[in-house]
Design a protein around this ligand. Structure first.
Ligand code: MOS
Length: 694
């Protein structure tokens, strides 16, 4: 039985995952493994005045206590791409620069002993007043050299100030988004094992090859002497896309105790030392004609980074290309705070940027008295105004139309606070979104045995999105064979090189490499169903030259209905519907799951998620899943999504555009706009929470 592209095939690894047969990083069994536990600082800024590890060392079974006084010299500098490669503070000195900075590694023969000994490491600090947010009066801003996507931090078209001065209508507002944490279900976990000078790390990572490069650099090893293995990752959303402290410390500890070492982070540790979405403050100013045609657009982005590294949330990249605004000035600025370094978090920049712009457009629609969809159509970008290139494909207009029809947008009354269901105030909101269709270089190999079994290998990762299922589907479809004959092996630096599973690039990049390798294999087969001897083919896929003339994006139209209880001040999302232009869909079930998952994250961003920081101490106050609120099933109402499914022949050989991150783009704005429509109150600081009418 063969399979078609698009077919809603069930996950091939579903049974393995739910029965525990799929091996996650902490579950690899190595003989003689020791356990490491990290001790993190309890101040966000200052110095270690005194560290006393005598009691910890005295616990029977303790193998090592490593602090800045006895740590080996490790190179924590950035040697790869800034933003992706993090500068790490690897127990080099007594200086504390962020909340929960690692100050000691305790290693013991079993986990309980390691925990007990870690609790007995006594650290006294000479603390200094920390900087906790963009609002801190002692904070000063600076311009980064580039955004996290390596784009210029300032974008200028025409003359926005003069156009604003001449505009009939000016609308300006400031929006803030808080620190957010990724919170995948699987904690970060590493097992490091040395064999002489060769190192193997079993890890939960979005990029085995990036990790190999960084680890080799930290320890001064040739890359070939480092192997990273990561067959399954239990969710990541960006925070497993960089090498952080635990991988390095597991490897350093393993060398010191001369045994394999396992290091699993606790949830509260993950809040501080594996990245977060930075705090942003964005001011948007429109100048417009009376009919809503925008003549001037100004977007100022202020975001946090750490004291010792630069990560630039690129919130203005979406706003630069999304609409046909003629006069534009966009600036990204940063403030240094005493938190760990921020990182990519699902649609990094696009999620925050669409929130601000798509909410500001709702405010403009209200100011000029036209329908929010009509306002967007009035400013529709037929080509990319930033890169001055045509889009490879853009069916956003069709997304608006389909979404409006299926959601029932026509039933919305124009005036805020004009719709009710019993006691509840009802609001409808919508927003648009876009996410770039990048390609990361990827290679894959395919082989066929004489019995017809096919093995596909690539050093990419399964991070929960369905790589095994979708790539096997591509291979089976290209070879026109039963997918049961195809076996995919991934997550190992011994396989052909692929880049990070990030930026929603895996299907486009690895899928194209697999498709090209399969096409080569099919040529070798020459129409036979079985080869006489084993056949194999390898292909590498990079951004095709003929794409250069185009701007390539996925697009979204998001619709939300909220109900607000005027007495209890609670907001509930009653319905949410998204329509997505993502090119050709490889597997309808997986795509739907990605859309709904990311839209749910958008609901979390709008209403719940916030890493709470004490402004006096710069310490995180809710580093657990009881106090850090995530949407649950009871919070998301009816949620559904649809893909247009129109193939893009320019973007790559398999015609797909990004599916993973587009689902959060515009989602928070659609919910926030619905809250405004329900209540007549514009809350510009996320999360909205139960204070809508307060
Ligand atoms: Mo994801 S934020 O592209 O790793």
């Amino acid at each position: 039985m063969t399979i078609a592209i698009g077919e809603a095939r069930e996950r091939v690894d579903a049974i393995a995952k739910v029965t525990g047969a799929a091996t996650y990083s902490a579950e690899h069994q190595l003989d003689d493994v020791a356990f490491a536990v990290l001790v993190l600082s309890t101040v966000a800024r200052g110095r270690i005045a005194r560290i006393d590890d005598a009691d910890a060392r005295a616990v029977p079974g303790t193998l090592a206590v490593i602090t800045h006084r006895n740590a080996p010299v490790l190179n924590g500098e950035i040697t790869g791409r800034p933003g992706l490669d993090k500068h790490l503070l690897l127990l080099a000195d007594d200086r504390i620069q962020f909340d929960r900075q690692p100050v000691a590694i305790v290693v013991a023969a079993d986990l309980e002993t390691a925990r007990e000994a870690a609790a007995l490491v006594r650290v006294e600090y000479a603390s200094e007043p920390p900087i906790a947010s963009v609002d801190d009066p002692r904070a000063s801003w600076f311009f980064p050299k580039q955004t996290a996507h390596m784009e210029p931090p300032e974008i200028v078209r025409g003359d926005a100030a003069s156009a604003r001065a001449a505009a009939a209508v000016v609308v300006s507002a400031t929006y803030t988004t808080p620190l957010e944490n990724h919170n995948p279900i699987e904690p970060h976990a590493s097992i490091a094992a040395w064999d002489g000078d060769r190192l193997t790390i079993y890890d939960a990572t979005q990029g085995v090859f990036e990790e190999r490069r960084k680890i080799a650099g930290v320890f001064g090893l040739p890359e070939d002497d480092v192997r990273i293995i990561s067959p399954y990752v239990g969710g990541a959303f960006g925070n497993k896309g960089s090498v952080w402290y635990h991988q390095v410390f597991a490897a350093a500890a393993a060398r010191i105790v001369d045994r394999p070492v396992k290091l699993v982070l606790d949830r509260d540790q993950m809040f501080a030392i594996t990245g977060h979405r930075p705090h942003t403050r964005q001011t948007i100013t429109f100048g417009a004609d009376g009919d809503g045609t925008v003549t001037s657009f100004e977007h100022d982005v202020l975001a946090t980074t750490s004291m010792f590294d630069v990560f630039t949330e690129s919130a203005g990249e979406y706003t630069a290309m999304a609409y046909a605004f003629p006069n534009v000035i966009i600036r990204h600025r940063l403030v240094r705070t005493n938190f760990g370094t921020p990182t990519f978090m699902r649609a990094p920049g696009e999620a925050t940027g669409t929130y601000a712009l798509e909410t500001a457009l709702d405010e403009l629609a209200e100011a000029v008295g036209i329908d929010p969809i009509a306002l967007r159509l009035r400013n529709y970008a037929e080509s990319d105004p930033n890169k001055e290139k045509p889009f490879s494909t853009k069916y956003l207009r069709e997304c608006y139309a389909r979404g409006a029809e299926r959601f029932g947008w026509g039933a919305r009354s124009r005036a805020p606070r004009s719709m009710r269901d019993g006691r509840e105030l009802i609001g409808y909101g919508m927003a648009g979104g876009a996410y770039p269709a990048q390609i990361f270089d990827a290679a894959a190999s395919v082989s066929m045995e004489t019995d017809g079994r096919v093995t596909v290998r690539s050093g990419t990762q399964e991070i929960g999105q369905g790589t095994y299922t979708a790539i096997e589907q591509i291979a089976a479809s290209e070879l026109a064979i039963d997918p049961a004959r195809v076996r995919l092996e991934l997550g190992d630096t011994r396989y052909p090189r692929a880049m990070n599973s990030g930026g929603s690039t895996t299907i486009a990049s690895v899928g194209s490499a697999v498709a090209l390798a399969c096409r080569d294999l099919a040529r070798q087969l020459g129409g036979r169903s079985r080869p006489e001897r084993r056949l194999s083919a390898t292909a590498t896929f990079t951004t095709p030259d003929d794409r250069e003339g185009y701007s390539c994006y996925s697009f979204a139209a998001q619709f939300a209905e909220v109900g607000v209880d005027p007495d209890l001040r609670t907001v509930r999302v009653r319905r949410m519907f998204g329509v997505f232009d993502v090119g050709r869909v490889i597997n309808a079930r997986l795509a739907h799951s990605q859309f709904v998952g990311a839209m749910t994250m958008g609901i979390g961003m709008a209403l719940f998620e916030r890493t709470i920081v004490d402004p006096r101490t710069a310490r995180i106050m809710n580093a657990n899943l009881a106090d850090y609120l995530l949407p649950t099933n009871a919070d998301i109402g009816q949620i559904d999504a649809e893909a247009l499914g129109i193939r893009d022949d320019i973007v790559n050989p398999i015609g797909t555009k990004p599916v993973g991150e587009i689902g959060i783009c515009g989602a928070a704005a659609a919910v926030a706009n619905a809250v405004y429509h329900a209540t007549g109150r514009r809350i510009r600081d996320l999360p909205i929470g139960p204070r809508v009418l307060g």
